[in-house]
Write a protein that binds this ligand. Structure first.
Ligand code: SF4
Length: 267
């Protein structure tokens, strides 16, 4: 059992302007993430926060529920960008739940998580006028998932959560990420989920943001994947393959993101 340090803080504000495409503001009830994904793009925060390695600490913005009260944000809000709002600590603290309870239900809200804990809050999602809830799915082999996403719920639980959201009438989406050629099979994921997923968003791994440790792991364990990630022509082929898979499956596609020629949304 890994000991995670929980640090209680008070934030000055809670809606932060963002350049994330299709979002105007991000809302992070937590900073830091127990899921401890080896490739996490948010681990750069360890440079600024003196709390130790990524995954070993979580900051809890304990006044977040008060900060959202009475605020009507008119453009899209995404939850979260530097944490997972449904990481294990949420089960006990119910901070995200209290934020949602206090939030203006007219907010155009998009939630992305790796945890099936999200289904606990379906009763609140139902009260929002415009909401979508996404689960990150990548179907990694269990031995690989244990290394890359050591404390995130298994693939099957995320799939079940997508199905439960669908059955409850909540618009859901599958975020196929990080797409690593050879390790992630988008065709299999779409086949498994298309009957209950509203739309798909695909993101190819951002090798640079994933950091040195991840790159070393990939090079040592899957050199052929690393070579593919480094080769632009090969990556273009992979992107075309994903486009074909999605088109053939007749599913809704919100976007395919690549990073090899700078950040790009295709479709
Ligand atoms: S769940 Fe998301 S925020 Fe948390 S460690 Fe993994 S990639 Fe980072």
């Amino acid at each position: 059992m890994v000991k995670v340090r929980v640090i209680f803080t008070k934030a000055k504000s809670i809606f932060t302007k963002t350049k994330i495409p299709s979002c105007s503001f991000v809302l992070n009830p937590y900073v830091g993430c127990e899921h401890a994904c080896l490739y996490c793009y948010a681990k750069f925060l360890c440079k600024w926060k003196n709390h130790g390695r990524w995954g070993s600490w979580v900051e809890v913005k304990e006044n977040a529920p008060e900060l959202v009260k009475g605020k009507h944000v008119r453009s899209k809000v995404c939850m979260s960008s530097v944490s997972d709002a449904y990481q294990p600590v949420e089960k006990k603290l119910m901070l995200t739940r209290r934020v949602l309870e206090n939030m203006d239900k007219r907010t155009d809200l998009s939630i992305l998580t790796k945890s099936d804990l999200v289904t606990r809050d379906i009763d609140i999602f139902e009260r929002f006028e415009c909401i979508e809830v996404g689960l990150t799915v990548n179907g990694l082999d269990e031995r690989i998932r244990k290394v890359l996403e050591p404390r995130a719920p298994k693939h099957e639980k995320r799939i079940d959560a997508l199905e439960m959201l669908h059955e409850s009438g909540i618009r859901n989406y599958a975020f196929i990420s990080p797409l690593i050629p050879e390790l992630v099979d988008p065709e299999a994921i779409v086949k498994e989920t298309k009957s209950f997923v509203h739309h798909y968003f695909v993101e190819f791994l951002n090798l640079r943001a994933a950091g040195r440790k991840f790159v070393e792991w990939l090079k040592n364990n899957f050199p052929e994947c690393y070579e593919k990630m480094m080769n632009r022509d090969e990556l273009r082929k992979q992107v075309n393959h994903v486009k074909t898979v999605l088109a053939k499956s007749h599913v809704n596609i919100a976007g395919i993101v690549t990073h090899h020629e700078g950040f790009k949304i295709i479709l």
